[in-house]
Design a protein around this ligand. Structure first.
Ligand code: TXA
Ligand code: MG
Length: 337
């Protein structure tokens, strides 16, 4: 199949692909997604096929406005409306009890469903025009870094999907925050664009799922099934070095061998001559680091490196999401200085 490139002028065409059961690459503020009609089990199965995604890993549903929540969810707690009022449209996915109309293919048989209203006007217009919720995981092949541009998504999906809607680079750069509202206290399953600190302002106590900060042991089940898989990983092994930036730079300099690559803050871009270097932004700018982390990880798959050393961001604010993705890419291979 030849994958068509669409733009914001092609909303009706894009909606038609969804209603006829096809696969559509959709921009969002977090990462590009691999979308299909979330009420059509065959279309949803095609998502799993195109990504090579394990069948036990549920998808989230994208909706254009908060009013659509009642179409697909029941027993919606007041906290969901409070969060929607503050953070939607935006990078927050809420886990809620599902209605029977949501197919098992979407939820992998769970009785809950993840709901998200993305902060991307074009995508919301397409969903409104199609009048169906859009099931969409990140648009990468399973296990690879998520795509933050249409070009990155096409690296993985060209020829496998009907079309991709290009709306430029993603503004946030890491996937949405996932909060489970079916438990008390609410539980953070994946850190993302909405920070833990912001959630606590609205919700009070928030429990952080263990899978956010450490590697799950074999047989252990994180609450978000996707958190158990090796993820975001470039082909070469990654080591994350935590500590004060000038110390981590000095440590990495000592460890580099011929063929090693480096992920570092902008300030250190000239500190590793003779090595491929990918910068992720200034040390004090976690939002820039979020925008660049996946492109940095992807870039090494085009370079011939034997191993990758990365300076670790701080884990405050959106930094918790950046360190989570980087640590997962490293299989939690972390050196603390
Ligand atoms: O920002 C995002 O959320 C992007 C864009 C495209 O919207 N989407 C995304 O989807 O990151 P995906 O499938 O790559 O990650 C969704 C995560 C997975 O780890 C999955 O296991 C978890 O959400 N999840 C989905 N439904 C769930 C449920 N009912 N209960 C617990 N976890 C769930
Ligand atoms: Mg993903």
């Amino acid at each position: 199949m030849e994958t068509q490139r669409l733009t914001a002028h092609d909303i009706e065409r894009a909606a038609g692909i969804l209603t006829s059961g096809g696969l559509l690459g959709i921009p969002t503020e977090t990462v590009y997604g691999l979308g299909a009609n979330g009420l059509n089990p065959d279309a949803v199965h095609a998502i799993f096929e195109a990504k090579g995604r394990p069948q036990d890993n549920p998808l989230i549903l994208h909706i254009p406005t908060e009013d659509w929540l009642e179409r697909y969810c029941e027993d919606i707690p007041a906290t969901a409306y409070a969060l929607a009022a503050r953070f939607w449209p935006g990078p927050l996915t809420m886990i809620l009890p599902r209605k029977p109309i949501v197919p098992d293919a979407v939820t992998a048989g769970l009785d809950t469903v993840g709901m998200r209203c993305p902060d991307c006007a074009v995508t919301r217009a397409v969903i409104t025009a199609a009048d169906v919720p859009v099931a969409a995981p990140s648009g990468n092949t399973s296990g690879r870094p998520s795509p933050t541009t249409a070009a990155a998504m096409l690296e993985d999906m060209d020829g496998k999907i009907e079309a991709i809607l290009d709306d430029g680079p993603c503004a946030v750069g890491v996937e949405s925050t996932i909060i489970d509202l079916t438990v008390i206290p609410p539980r953070l399953l994946r850190p993302g664009g909405v920070t833990l600190e912001e959630l606590e302002e609205t919700l009070g106590e928030v429990e952080v799922d263990e899978a956010v900060r450490r590697l799950m042991a074999p047989g252990e089940q994180p609450k978000a099934p996707g958190m158990k898989y090796r993820h975001y990983a470039p082909k070469a092994p990654v080591t994350v070095v935590k500590g004060e930036p000038s110390c981590t730079a000095a440590y990495i300099q000592l460890k580099l061998q011929q063929g090693s690559g480096v992920i570092c803050f902008d300030e250190f871009k000239d500190s590793f001559p003779d090595h491929p270097v990918e910068t992720i932004g200034p040390a004090a700018d976690p939002a820039a680091q979020a925008r660049h982390i996946f492109e940095a990880l992807r870039a090494f798959d085009h370079l011939d490196v034997t191993d990758i050393w990365a300076q670790s961001p701080s884990d405050e604010g959106i930094g918790l999401a950046v360190t989570n993705r980087l640590n997962k890419a490293a299989g939690f291979h972390i050196v603390e200085l």
